[in-house]
Ligand binder design. Structure first.
Ligand SMILES: [Zn+2]
Ligand SMILES: [Zn+2]
Length: 276
């Protein structure tokens, strides 16, 4: 779960996402629209009797705040919170397992704020069904073939790996850049990302206001996507002043055509860009 504003629990229910499936919570910064839903969510997880720990990645100042909140409100959670403080000025890998690597990197906002880059781990090669039958590949060789080994036949012949396997799909990645003003280095931090989410609080004409409030304009978000070589850009976090966000999408598309305004409740599959 990335950020947890008010209403997150309701949206998760609407989207039919099991609360128990959330094991890692990433908080970009301590402004209310990104965190006010967290206390309620943690309490609900506890009411549901959760036992396994939750990993919570958040700016370092939040550790003390959470402690005080839990003790002042006499909340005794049924599970441990494993707090991972974010403080580095450089990108740092905060999570790495066989599925995904997550890097946190600093953004430029009014208070310490972090973006997150999620990179899918490369998958193993797939063995061709017909090769399994043709060469009677024994089970104990399958693992190493999936990792790229050639197949040694009993008669001493070698079958090259690429004849019996086919490559997995390219690993995909997703970068989440919540509240930030534009800075040139950001595109390098998310270089080559498949899908970039970037805030676009203001329209292109409001650059001064954007800098003053620590936010970005639509065309600045698009410039980050273009310079990073992203495949798709999702923009969101629009100022309430824009009744029609189509104008922001149009501005962004003049810089980066593959831009989409996020629609609440819509499902975007980063492994299938046709869903955009
Ligand atoms: Zn903010
Ligand atoms: Zn915000």
């Amino acid at each position: 779960l990335i950020d947890c504003g008010e209403g997150t629990q309701m949206q998760l229910r609407k989207a039919r996402i099991r609360l128990s499936s959330i094991n890692n919570i990433f908080i970009s910064h301590l402004h209310g629209d990104h965190i006010f839903g967290l206390y309620g969510l943690l309490s609900t997880l506890s009411l549901l009797g959760r036992k396994s720990p939750v990993n919570l990645y958040a700016p370092e100042a939040f550790e003390a705040i959470l402690k005080v909140h839990l003790s002042d409100f006499d909340i005794h959670l049924s599970f441990e919170i494993n707090f991972i403080p974010l403080r580095s000025k450089d990108p740092v890998t905060v999570l790495s397992d066989k599925h995904v690597t997550v890097t946190a990197f600093p953004l430029k906002h009014r208070i310490p704020t972090f973006g997150f880059l999620f990179r899918e781990a490369p998958r193993e090669r797939n063995i061709r069904k017909e090769a399994l039958a043709m060469y009677q590949i024994p089970v104990h060789k399958i693992l190493s073939i999936k990792k790229g080994s050639d197949l040694e036949l009993p008669n001493g012949e070698t079958v090259p790996n690429d004849l019996i396997t086919f490559p997995p799909p390219e690993p995909v990645s997703y970068a989440y850049c919540s509240d930030t003003q534009y800075f040139k280095k950001l595109s390098a931090l998310v270089k080559g990302v498949t899908v970039l989410y970037h805030e676009a609080t203001f329209s292109a004409g409001e650059k001064e206001l954007a800098v003053k409030t620590g936010h970005s304009t639509s065309d600045q978000a698009a410039a980050v996507a273009r310079d990073a070589g992203a495949k798709k850009l999702l923009i969101g976090h629009f100022s309430a002043r824009y009744k029609d966000t189509g104008i922001l999408e149009k501005e962004a598309r003049s810089v980066f055509p593959e831009t989409y305004c996020v629609t609440e409740g819509r499902y975007y599959d980063i492994s299938n860009l046709d869903t955009f």
